[in-house]
Design a protein around this ligand. Sequence first.
Ligand SMILES: Cc1cc2nc3c(=O)[nH]c(=O)nc-3n(C[C@H](O)[C@H](O)[C@H](O)COP(=O)(O)O)c2cc1C
Length: 157
Amino acid sequence: MARALSILVGTMTGTADLVAQEVEASLGQRGIAASVIQMDRLDEQVFAQGGLFLICTSTYGQGDVPDNARDFVERLEAIRPDLSAVHFGLVALGDRTYATTYCHGGLKFDTLLSELGARRVGEMFLHDASEGTMAEDEAVAWVDGWVEDAMAASDAT
Ligand SMILES: Cc1cc2nc3c(=O)[nH]c(=O)nc-3n(C[C@H](O)[C@H](O)[C@H](O)COP(=O)(O)O)c2cc1C
């Protein structure tokens, strides 16, 4: 079974990065190598070898992706690479106070990657900042259940 996961981080004020770091540390304790990559300056090449990815992103503005993810999204929308060798999971950070755009940054990635042929494993994990719970704790618990299925799905293709 492949034991590698790339966590792609879209963040404005660092919460998604903290989530990614905690997930990386937790998986490391289980012998699963994860690498955290900020979306700044990423392009479609990150997906060139296929594999397993965890998108970890917040939402800003009118339901937009964070600034450090904007160029990456625009590039994927323009180039439209074939991502059929990609499996992914999604950790979307948001706030239900923004009722009409709740977690839309994560939803945007889900729609785009799926359109490009990537396959999501499992349901998205949504974190609501208005609840006052710690996104990193909840995400680590969620990834704990997600990762084995995700690796099995990724290996099967
Ligand atoms: C100015 C601003 C705009 C936001 N807009 C949205 C939004 O439209 N939808 C949403 O679900 N959350 C929204 N949020 C909440 C953030 O996505 C949430 O607090 C998240 O945990 C921040 O993660 P980050 O520190 O990684 O950027 C907004 C937060 C701020 C400060």
